[in-house]
Design a protein around this ligand. Structure first.
Ligand code: F6P
Length: 357
C-alpha cells in the first residue's frame, strides 16, 4: 500500500493535470494499492490540512485540461520558516500532517520557489518526489519544464497576430512576454514569430542599438518592426545598478512595465508610433499543447516509477532528450538562465535578429 500526498504550488501552467494523471495512472496500473491525498491550493493545503481523498477516476479526462484540479497558490520560500499570523510553525505543521496521514511520500509539482520548499521538507526527513512545471523554463537540472511549450505557442500566436496589423500600419510593435527573470519564452516565441528585435534579461539592451535596428529596417523598406520584450528585460544602465538602486528606480518609474519604458524611449528619440501588447496570463492559460501533454505524461509516469521503487528526494527532469532523476539538492535555489553565448543566440543573430546590444 502506498499513501501519496500530492500538491501543485506556485503560478499554474498548462499540463499540470496531465503530469498528475501520469503519476496516478502509473501507480494505479501497478500491483500496489494506492491512496491519494490531494492537498488543495499548494503548500497551504499541507500546512492547514486541507485535502481531498482522490481515486484514479478523479484523474480521468484531465489530460487536456489547463490549470490544476488541486488549485494552487504562492507560499513564498522566503517566509516559509516564519510563523503564520496565528503563530503556527508552517514547516512543523506540514510535517505533522504528513505523519498524521501516514503518507509514504509527497508528489510536489512546481517551479523554483516550490523546489526550495520541497528540498527543505526533504531535509526535514519527508519523502519527496517533484515534477518541474513552469512556463518560464528556468528550473535548474532539466532542459525543459512542462507548460513552457504551450506558453511558447500562445506567445507566438500573439506575435503572429501583431505582425499583420503592424505591417498594415507601418508601426513599431512591442509584444511583452512573460518569463520572470529569464528570457527562454521570449527568445523562443520571438524566433518562432519572426520578431526583428528580442530583448531578454540575460542580454541587457542599449536603446540606441534598438533604434539602429528599427532604422536599418526602415532603410531597407520594411515599414514595421516587431520587438519581443521579456518582462524581465533590463537596459545596460539599469543592469549596472545595485539591486537596491534598481529597486529604488523602479519605485519611481512611471511605466507599468519595461515594454512601456522601451516604447516611450523609441517614441521620444524617433517620433515613431509605437504600440505595446501584453498577452500576460493568457500565456499560462488554456489547454496544454500536444507536446506538453506527452512530455508531462512521461515525467509523471517516471515519478510514479520512483514511488514504486521507494526512491525519494528526486526531481524528474529531462536532459539531452532523456527523462532523468535529478537529486533535489542539485535543483533547489538555482536558476537556469540563457547563456548569452549559447548557440541559439548566435543563430538568432545570424538570422538578423537584434538583441539590442
Ligand atoms: O512563473 C510563472 C509566471 O507566469 C511568470 O512568468 C510571471 O512573472 C509570474 O508567474 C506572474 O505571477 P502571478 O501569476 O503571481 O502574477
Amino acid at each position: 500500500m502506498k499513501r501519496i500526498g500530492m500538491l501543485t504550488s506556485g503560478g499554474d501552467c498548462q499540463a499540470l493535470n496531465a503530469a498528475m494523471r501520469g503519476v496516478v495512472k502509473t501507480l494505479v496500473g501497478s500491483k500496489e494499492q494506492v491512496e491519494i491525498y490531494g492537498f488543495l491550493d499548494g503548500y497551504k493545503g499541507l500546512i492547514y490540512s486541507r485535502f481531498q481523498m482522490l481515486t484514479g477516476k478523479d484523474f480521468s479526462g484531465i489530460l487536456t485540461k489547463g490549470g490544476t484540479i488541486l488549485g494552487t497558490s504562492r507560499t513564498p520560500f522566503k517566509t516559509i520558516q516564519d510563523p503564520d499570523e496565528n503563530g503556527l510553525n508552517k514547516v512543523e505543521a506540514m510535517k505533522q500532517n504528513y505523519y498524521k496521514l501516514q503518507l509514504d511520500c509527497l508528489v510536489i509539482l512546481g517551479g523554483n520557489g516550490t523546489h526550495k520548499t520541497a528540498n527543505l521538507l526533504r531535509k526535514e526527513g519527508l519523502n519527496v518526489v517533484t515534477l518541474p512545471k513552469t512556463i518560464d523554463n528556468d528550473l535548474w537540472g532539466t532542459d525543459m519544464t512542462f507548460g513552457f511549450q504551450s506558453a511558447v505557442d500562445i506567445a507566438t500566436d500573439a506575435i503572429d497576430c501583431i505582425h499583420t496589423t503592424a505591417a498594415s500600419h507601418g508601426r513599431v510593435f512591442i509584444v511583452e512576454v512573460m518569463g520572470h527573470k529569464v528570457g527562454w519564452l521570449t527568445l523562443n516565441a520571438g524566433m518562432a514569430g519572426g520578431a526583428d528585435i528580442i530583448l531578454i534579461p540575460e542580454i541587457p539592451y542599449d536603446i540606441d542599438k534598438v533604434i539602429d535596428k528599427i532604422e536599418e529596417r526602415d532603410k531597407r523598406g520594411s515599414r514595421f518592426t516587431i520587438i519581443a520584450v521579456a518582462e524581465g528585460a533590463i537596459s545596460k544602465e539599469d543592469a549596472r545598478l545595485s539591486k537596491k538602486e534598481y529597486k529604488k528606480k523602479l519605485e519611481k518609474n512611471p511605466y507599468p512595465s519595461v515594454s512601456y519604458e522601451v516604447a516611450a524611449a523609441i517614441q521620444k528619440k524617433t517620433g515613431r508610433e509605437v504600440r505595446v501588447t501584453v498577452p500576460g496570463h493568457t500565456q499560462r492559460g488554456g489547454s496544454p499543447c500536444p507536446y506538453d501533454r506527452v512530455f508531462a505524461s512521461r515525467l509523471g509516469s517516471e515519478a510514479g516509477k520512483l514511488i514504486l521503487e521507494d526512491q525519494y528526494g528526486f526531481m524528474v527532469g529531462y536532459v539531452n532528450r532523456e527523462v532523468v532523476r535529478v537529486p533535489l539538492e542539485e535543483v533547489a535555489g538555482k536558476l537556469k538562465s540563457i547563456d548569452p553565448d549559447a548557440s541559439i543566440v548566435k543563430e538568432a543573430k545570424l538570422l538578423g535578429i537584434s538583441f539590442g546590444n
